[in-house]
Design a protein around this ligand. Sequence first.
Ligand code: BG6
Length: 469
Amino acid sequence: MRENFLWGVALSASQAEGGAFLDGKGLVMDDVVSNVHNERYQATSNLDIALGKTYDYYPSHNAIDFYHRYPEDIRLFAELGVKALRTSINWARIYPKGTETEPNEAGLAFYDRVFEECLKYDIEPVVTLNHFNTPLENYYSGGWKNRELIDQFVKYAKTVFTRYKDKVKYWMTINEINMILSLPLVGGLINPSKETNVDQAKYQGAHYQLVASALAIKIGKAINPDFQIGCMMGAGVTYPYSCNPADVWKAYQENEKEYALIDVQVKGRYPHTFKAMLDRKGLDLDITDEDMDILQDNTVDFVGLSYYSSRLVAAEPSNLERAGANLNSTLKNPYLPSNDFGWQTDPVGFRITLNELYSRYQLPLFVVENGYSALEESDNDSIQDEYRIGYLHDHLVQLKEAIADGVDVIGYAPWSGMDIISASSGMIEKRYGLIYVDLDDEGNGSLERVPKKSYYWYQDVIHSNGANL
Ligand code: BG6
């Protein structure tokens, strides 16, 4: 690995912090959905279901209390040896409804403290501006399909870029920007069950997110030209189910769909297939000449990505078995093993994905999420998570292969530094962490942090700069 490789760990604000009502914070989607009664999955497609209910317990209200425990948590990350902490700012802590003219000072002060704690240990904060945290107030006006959101986002970006210009160098604008195409509510606060034309709403929302991201880059570079500002893709190569050309064409189209938004962030223009896709679907988007100039002039410095697995598609999928995944569900690949939650594992797909991304974009890649979830219980002994070590080991082997292939990778941050609330299930039960957190799905537990076996394994990987795998 290169000498200054950014070995890291990853978290996100609303999955870790808690403090949902503290110090003037506004609400985000996570604060009004709950895993209780297993309605989370429905609620993440139709937020009205969650808004109409009062649940017994909302995991994100306290989450793992990173809000108060960040000094201990960052110390544990420092002892792990990380050079980078990939986290996010909860937008609603800074502008509770999004529309305020003045930011919330208490929210800004919290992230000052977090970033200062990182810098104390020479840990580089790598900060996402919006990790599924658009202020909830915007849901009632249709989410990101409103052009108004661009101004709100730019105002917020300007505030935090100005405030943290000497503390944070690495930024990403929008987490998994392609998420809006598969889960418009999670990615864009757009409720598909309320839309007469879901494609129109989500592609419009995606375009406004792209313009907002580009304008943020413009402002960020003016505030500090040394900022490194990236995009962030939910990545994972899509395979054809067979060598039937109809399956191959389907896989090609799926890959193009996932890359389309990243193409804009890297190259400043939509791919050649985009207009034809809009025409075929009969979509008419509000895309102005001025928007296109903004996109062309303000592209990213690096490509951040999450990778959990590859995906599989077929031209005729109806009778084929499906598997879980972090964006779309996928067909089940008979060559791949699955974890406790039905997500499949494909380290070689990681090498393919990294090569594809690099060959398409020729920009440094930063792996800001990669990890393995499992059901785990601890009686305060360290968890012997050999399966997670196996997953991370196999992916790091393929990452090294990709680097040997010629791919420029600047960092790697497994998801997640410690157990946090899962984005899709809303449960702590779905654990990804290198550090166990004593908390259950009813909110019981001491919140004590106990490093797992994978923590010590990763510590050795970092200390040897990837030599000891
Ligand atoms: C990514 C998200 O899609 O997947 C994270 O950026 C999320 O926020 C991660 O936690 C794992 O997904 P889940 O649903 O298992 O928590």
